[in-house]
Design a protein around this ligand. Structure first.
Ligand code: CS2
Length: 502
């Protein structure tokens, strides 16, 4: 075979090469030179780089302002290493079946790596210029017990941060250290805005910060309660992990090499509780973010319709050999299962946010899942199920049990998750289970023998996931056992087929 001709290497994207970007690429509509670090963002993963930053860039272009972002990586240096040579610039590639649009995002001014320089991170948050600290650290990044919503004081990062408050490593430890610094300097606190898929995320984070701060210093905790603000938010945009192929496609589209590119769907949504210290925030309301008094109905809708379906498709899809969400929803059995799950079990016990029709919302969602240009791996979404199940599925199960309504399909998804975390698929291949409780789940299942009832009973007994109420609920246990037994006897696919409405 003749080797393919090598393309000339592209110049690296940076402030000095930006003017070489291809003609159809949307560039920044504002002057970066005026930006100050008004926002410190913890957890600069793909989602934040396609959501918070895009809204902020739009707000800067529309209404000016000086809201730059200091990004903080809480674990690895990769993001900083990619973004620093690019002066924080990167490409956001919007994709669907109709095509691709590239734009450059410019509001990230610098990236700090917390494990390398915790003091610098605390200093950035404690600086007068910082008015808002935003977070996308994923569910497990809050070091809490998902069933009770309380801080897990036995979590190694929390123990470490209480022992060494000057060099925090958890998001909670960093926030409290910086707030303590601000109080000592007689500065107002920053607003703390959680942008993760957690129920009542602002309230939850306020409580976790309070529990931690109170262990340190009750006066500090009282000051945070009196002066701080923790708005709740609902965030939505489908943003798969960036692959090498995405990096190549984005770089190609722009004509500049970008190692930090993100790929996302066209849809985006952001509902924010309007509760900010001194009302200081970018003009996000001018670019589509919705400010409301109560985020709860929006957040319930998103977690219980979108994320619940995502998790269902992740476990059932993975176990049926479907690699991506689009592949899973093009499988007629899985697609019908999700449609039935929404229509029969989720939507009937969900209160719609003002002006929203839930069946239209779920129709649109199915179209988003079908986007052929977004390859969102079922394996990626399957990760961290122990932290996701409670708000995505278990709360709906609780609502239905309270009303004595059937939970067959919801229990089927819980059973698929148990099947998945067992760590071996239907053809005997090992599953790379990523979950902070993976070891506990594995030993729990290994110790249970092969009988379905015992396996289910042992997992459901993990009350940090299921809470005492579900752990002790016979109806719940029977429904999950029945679904799990059917999966073992007939395989996940046939068991799912048998669940479909006639
Ligand atoms: C997904 C979410 O990874 C997951 O668990 O369900 O990241 C989902 O893509 C977003 O919440 C969509 O807004």
């Amino acid at each position: 075979m003749t080797p393919l001709p090598r393309m000339a290497p592209l110049p690296r994207l940076s402030a000095s090469t930006l003017h070489h970007a291809a003609k159809n690429v949307r560039l920044l509509g504002y002057d970066r030179a005026v930006l100050r670090s008004g926002i410190v963002h913890l957890g600069l993963g793909a989602f934040a780089r396609a959501h918070l930053t895009e809204y902020t860039d739009d707000a800067l272009a529309r209404a000016a302002g000086d809201w730059g972002i200091t990004g903080v990586s809480l674990q690895r240096p990769d993001q900083r290493d990619r973004l620093a040579p690019q002066d924080g610039l990167y490409i956001a590639l919007q994709r669907d079946g109709a095509g691709t649009q590239a734009r450059i995002i410019g509001c990230v001014q610098r990236v700090l790596v917390a494990p390398e320089q915790p003091q610098a991170v605390v200093a950035a948050m404690a600086d007068r210029s910082c008015r808002i600290v935003t977070l996308t650290v994923t569910e497990k990044g809050y070091c809490h017990d998902p069933a009770s919503g309380r801080l897990d004081f036995a979590h190694p990062d929390i123990t470490a941060d209480l022992a060494h408050p000057a060099a925090p490593r958890s998001a909670i430890g960093l926030i409290v250290a910086a707030l303590e610094r601000r109080r000592a300097a007689r500065l107002a606190p920053f607003t703390v805005m959680c942008c993760d898929n957690l129920p009542q995320n602002g309230r939850l984070l306020a409580r976790l910060v309070d529990e931690f701060a109170r262990r340190r210093n009750a006066e500090l905790a009282d000051w945070i309660v009196a002066k701080g603000a923790f708005p709740c938010t609902m965030v939505d945009r489908i943003v798969p992990a960036t692959t090498d192929a995405d990096v190549a496609a984005a770089s190609e589209a722009v004509g500049l090499l970008d190692l930090a590119a993100v790929v996302h769907e066209p849809f985006r949504q952001w509902v924010i509780e309007d509760r900010f210290v001194s009302a200081a925030r970018p003009a996000w309301q001018e670019v589509g973010a919705q400010f409301v008094a109560d985020v709860a109905p929006y957040e319930h809708m998103k977690l219980r319709v979108l994320n619940a379906a995502h998790s269902a498709l992740a476990y059932l899809g993975y176990l049926s050999g479907r690699e991506t969400i689009v592949e899973a929803v093009l499988d007629p059995i899985l697609r019908r299962f999700v449609l039935d799950l929404w229509r029969e079990e989720i939507i009937p016990v969900l209160a719609a946010p003002p002006g929203i029709n839930l069946s239209a919302y779920s129709d649109r969602l199915m179209r988003r899942f079908e986007n052929p240009a977004i390859l969102h791996r079922t394996w990626q979404i399957a990760a961290d199920g122990s932290q996701k199940l409670p708000q995505r599925l278990l709360d709906t199960i609780r609502e239905r049990l309270a009303r004595q309504l059937p939970i067959t399909r919801l229990a089927h998804v819980v059973a698929a998750w148990i099947r998945y975390v067992g760590g071996v698929d239907e053809i005997g291949k090992l599953i790379d289970v990523r979950d902070p409780l993976a070891t506990l789940l594995r030993t729990t299942l290994d110790g249970a023998g092969q009988a379905a009832a015992e396996r289910v009973a042992r997992v459901i007994a993990l009350n940090e996931i299921f809470g005492d109420d579900l752990t002790d609920n016979q109806v719940f246990r029977a429904a999950v056992t029945e679904a799990y037994t059917a999966m073992l006897e007939h395989g996940v696919r046939d068991a799912t087929l048998a669940q479909l409405a006639p």
